[in-house]
Ligand binder design. Structure first.
Ligand SMILES: *Cc1c(COP(=O)(O)O)cnc(C)c1O
Length: 439
């Protein structure tokens, strides 16, 4: 059984504790719903990916780029910088967070399939390390931005290796019929190579592939690497020089349920190193500098969400059975993943233990949609009452970052815990914040 909780979570004195702080105190001090992030756990995970990359690839280790879209705020960008790893951003907004954190520009990589001219100009201006180019139009835009600023911009080409990664359709990115990247099979990738080479203002440094997210089996990563390296071989044959960099993307799956076996850096990186070595030998390519981009695998397990129960209701089903509907004070506005991808979570009663029998339950939010479900089917103690606290683990990735103001619900804060001390790193939105946009 994998552990779905971050490293500083303990269950003792009948209560969940994070970094020594009991759940009832966290709820009293910071309110609910709230995302609590285990800072030590986050830093450990970020460092573990970086250490494993260095260990497995040695002198060929490039960067770990943390995928900021999983969750970013100024404080977390500073933690990432402290850990010495890089940052992936895909919008001007994410770039603004990086800049507010004084993140070193040389370690920023810019993604996105529709970067605006303004976003590209800004990225070139601040001197980001790499722009990962996603279309022919964008190659021209980057070249134009670099030319007008008298610079040469390093780029990677995002390629589509043509893979069906085993994950939800909305987060698989490397089959052919997708908006991302240049397809290798159709020849689009090679056209992009030629286009990039035609502009002296861009420096084509290599290729990039990202096959999807929440992937729990490693094989697809090897297939993707192989197709990218095969094209590097073609490049070398054609132009007599080798592209120095290869970015294998992110997507490493985590445990949401105890039965999910996560992809850990200590298994992923040796596997990738072996795959890269094999493919490089097969295509006569020197091993390039390898980078990776984990997002979920760093922040996902580091956070949990704490909710307070507001109402419970026993519903009689057509089968004659009953289900306890437990309504919490958040829902699809702070965790859209169950509604969007059918994502599954567990929860525990955080403020006390219960010896009541477990009964069929559904944890639902407070929004005006039937699909506003946090946990569809779970057995929970029959004596859960209003005021009880429920903790949902592994909500760090694509939770707060995808949060909305649906039903004019203010988005929850993020509170960091380290060494027994808690501090707000992203405050709770207020009704005044929401009304502030009305003209
Ligand atoms: C989303 C994304 C990632 C991170 O994916 P995770 O599943 O969070 O690891 C990395 N690279 C690119 C290009 C992405 O779009």
């Amino acid at each position: 059984m994998a552990n779905v909780w971050s490293s500083q979570i303990t269950f003792r004195e009948n209560e969940l504790h994070l970094s020594g702080m009991p759940a009832h105190k966290l709820a009293r001090d910071f309110g609910t719903p709230t995302f609590f992030i285990d800072e030590a756990d986050f830093r450990e995970r970020a460092s573990a990916w970086s250490a494993a990359l260095n260990e497995s690839f040695g002198e060929n280790a490039g960067h770990v780029y943390y995928a900021g879209k999983a969750f970013i705020c100024v404080e977390v960008a500073k933690w990432i910088a402290d850990c010495g790893i890089g940052l992936d951003v895909c919008t001007g907004g994410e770039l603004a967070v990086a800049l507010a954190a004084n993140f070193p520009a040389s370690k920023i990589q810019v993604h996105g399939n529709n970067k605006s001219v303004a976003e590209i100009n800004k990225a070139v201006e601040i001197g980001v390390g790499t722009i990962v180019v996603d279309s022919l139009i964008e190659i021209d835009r980057v070249a134009q931005a670099a030319r007008s600023q008298g610079k040469v911009q390093p780029i990677l080409l995002r390629l589509t290796p043509g893979i069906e990664a085993h994950t939800h359709e909305s987060i698989a990115t490397a089959h052919e019929d997708v908006k991302f990247g240049f397809s290798i099979a159709s020849g689009a990738a090679w056209s992009a190579v030629l286009a990039a080479r035609s502009h002296p203002e861009v420096e084509l440094r290599g290729f990039h592939g990202h096959i999807g997210s929440q992937i729990l089996s490693m094989d697809a990563f090897a297939v993707s690497a192989d197709r990218l390296i095969e094209l590097m071989g073609k490049y070398r044959d054609e132009f007599g020089v080798q592209l120095p960099e290869l970015d294998l993307g992110g997507g490493y799956g985590i445990s949401y349920l105890p039965e999910d076996e996560p992809l850990l850096p200590s298994t992923v990186l040796p596997f990738l190193a072996n795959a890269v070595k094999t493919s490089c030998a097969a295509y006569g390519v020197d091993i390039p500098r390898i980078s990776i981009e984990p997002g979920r695998a760093i922040v996902g397990p580091s956070m949990f969400t704490m909710y307070e129960v507001g109402t419970t209701k026993m519903v009689l089903l057509e089968t004659g059975e009953t289900r306890n509907y437990i309504s919490i004070d958040g829902g699809m506005s702070d965790n859209i993943r169950p509604a969007l991808y059918g994502a599954e979570y567990i929860t525990v009663l955080a403020n006390r233990t219960s010896t009541a029998p477990l009964i069929s339950s559904r944890v639902v939010g407070k929004h005006c949609e039937t699909g506003d479900i946090v946990i569809k089917d779970i057995d929970l103690p029959a004596d859960i009452v209003p005021g009880d606290l429920l903790a949902v683990p592994a909500t760090g990735a694509y939770g707060r970052s995808m949060a909305s103001n649906y039903n004019h619900v203010p988005r929850p804060p993020v509170v960091a815990l380290l060494n027994g001390k808690a501090r707000v790193i992203l405050r709770r939105e207020t009704e005044a914040d929401l009304l502030g946009l009305d003209v």
